[in-house]
Structures are given as C-alpha cells and as structure tokens.
Design a protein around this ligand. Sequence first.
Ligand SMILES: [Fe+2]
Length: 406
Amino acid sequence: MANQDTQQLDQQLRQLFGAHTYSEGPLAVSGAGRRFVGLDLCHPLNLDQVTFILDALSQFRIISIAGQDLTAFSLAHFERFANHWGAPVPHPNNFLRGGKSAQSDGDSDGEFELIPFENRTASAVNLTFPDQLQCLAHQSPAVLVVTNFRGQIVGDSNGNRPTQVGRGGSWHTDIEYEPLPIYVSMFLVHHAPMARTAEGGNWVNAPDSPGPYFEGSSDELMKRRMRLPLNGETAFADTAAAFSALPTSEQAELEKVQLRRRLNIQDKGWLAPLVRTNPRSGIKSFHSPIWASRPRVRPPVEVDSMSESESRAFLDRLEAHVLQERFRYDHLHQPGDVTLWDNYMTLHNSPPSKGNIDSIEDARLLYRLSCKGESTLTLPRHDPEDWLKTHVPGGYTTPPEIINIG
Ligand SMILES: [Fe+2]
C-alpha cells in the first residue's frame, strides 16, 4: 500500500473512531493484514464505521482490531459485532445432528439439538485453572471455544504430567463443505501462551509427524504444509496475492474452473467456483484450492470434468503455489485482539499446540465466531426465515438481548 494511501486510511480512521486511533501494516509480506489500534467495540458502530471496517477487510483479507478491554468487552459485544458480517453460525461442537456429533461424517440433516452448556468445552475449560482463568460468560451456540486445555489432566504413575504437543491441523477454510460456505470468521483472544522454553526460544518444538494428510503428496507440498508457527499463532495463506501473482492467461483459465463439493461421500454434491471476486473491493482470490482439506472427515473435492487423480494433481499443485513463503502470514495472538479473516481470500491452519498443560503460561484460549451470508450496516439483521433454515443450523439468530446490549 502506498504511503499516501496509508495516510488517507489513517486519516479516515481518526475521523471515524477518534484522534487516538491508528493502523499498522501490512502484516504480511504479501500485502495482506492490517491492525487497527484504539477502536472500542463495546460501542455500537454507526453506518460509516461499519462501512470502513467492511472495506478494510475486503482489501486486506485479515484485520485485527487490537486491545479490547476484557473487563468490559463481553462475548455478547463480540457476537453483536459479528452480526454485521453475516448470520453467526452455531458451531458443530455445540450441537448434535440426529443424536450424533455434527462434526462427524454422517447424518448431517438429522434433528438439530443444542448440547447443554455444562457438556461443552467451556465448562471443562473452567475446571483447569479455577482461580486463574475462566471463560468469559456466555451461552451462545455460535461461540466456539478454541483452547489447549479442557480440565482433563493426565498424570503418569509418578504423579507427573507429561505435556503433549499436538501437530497442528490441515490447511482449510471454515465450512467450505456446505453449499453456502462461511464468509468471515473471527477470533477474540482471551489468553495467549507466553512460555518460550522450547528450542529456539519458541513455545513448542516443531512436530515430526506428517500431520493429518493423506499419503501421496509431493515432498515439497508436505514441507510447505508442515511449516507451521511455533508460538500458538494462527497460520494464514493469502489466496488473493497467490491468484494475482499468476500470469493473466492462467488466471483466465482458472476462473473457469468449478469444483464439485459434497458434505458426505454418497452425496451428488454441487459445483462451486474456484475463483471468487470480492464484491466490495473487486479483488479476485482462490476459495479453498485444496483437494482434501479435512482428511477422513469430509470427502475430497473433484474438479469438474477431471478424474479423482487428475483433480488431486491439479489441486495439489495449486495448494503448493498458495503455501509458498511469500503468501504466508503467521498471526501472533494477543489478549483483547479481535482478528477477522475472509475465508474466500485466505487459507488458515491451527498451530502445533501444547496439551495436558499445568501452567497458565502455556494456556491458549480464544473464542471464534463465524458468519454466513451478506454483511449489513445496521442491526438487527433481517435474514429470511427460510434462508436461515437452509443455511444456518437450527435456524439460529442472535437473540435481541445480545444485539441491544449497552
Ligand atoms: Fe478453521
């Protein structure tokens, strides 16, 4: 972003949010990412403020609104804010379908049933460090508690608690396996790991397992997939910059590509474009250019008119392109930050993380909300009931007491 553009952005920011506010960025070498400092999201946003933030995300793909005061900013404020970006979607960890985990490959059309709060992750989290760290109060099924501690502490026969390091996830976008994918996801950071006792002054050592991936990808692709951050950062890849870096002729060919996605292996599925154009900024990007983003949980996608092996080769090549260093960004979390990303313009991955922890120094606690559909300048949203029934589990809408919170 040119200096002059940055000055204009900050000038507009100060006019809308106050003279004390400023921005930092780009956060990524690709040009993605911007941090906004001094914005207080406890207050309802006016039309111009919402427009500014929507425009910022459409341009920067990832934005972080830093430093919310967690003694005042609640998960209700967070969910009200999320409503501007789309309809908040209950997370599969918080409900059952037909009596089964909504996350598993199975009867995804079964009856919707909320898991009682006392059986959700948040309740287990609260048992781990009872006097030091408790989840922010909430009941909303849209809030996903993302954490590396759940109250279950496993000791060995000598009474020691060996910590374990999880290997991180697979590269993906959120809920790309439904006909209407998630548009924006966002984290509110409550606690980030501060211990740096691993090799190289990191929080954890690099895991040596190959991750959850199917066998058969090239060594180079596996190397890029497994190069994950070691201090609890969320790993991002900028699919807009990756698209923009290709020759125009290749871009034109890729824009014609349709992917057949399906929820379950036996489904006929539907076709979805590989390349999307952001309606606000006009920036083009890849949406989930990955053959199997959820190995053994959701079926791999097919490129329309290609066989399974051709589809895999085509998409593995694109994934390797997108995961190059020059399009990557590891976002370090800090308490109070609200960090948003556009799932049509980025990939992300969860980092290797320490489990079975007994020190608050190792605690990672974030809350995630994800939104579907259209953004809106004003609240409450007015999503039609039949649209909600089709695209949002249980037809959930944020209750008025959250929208109207002071
Ligand atoms: Fe995710």
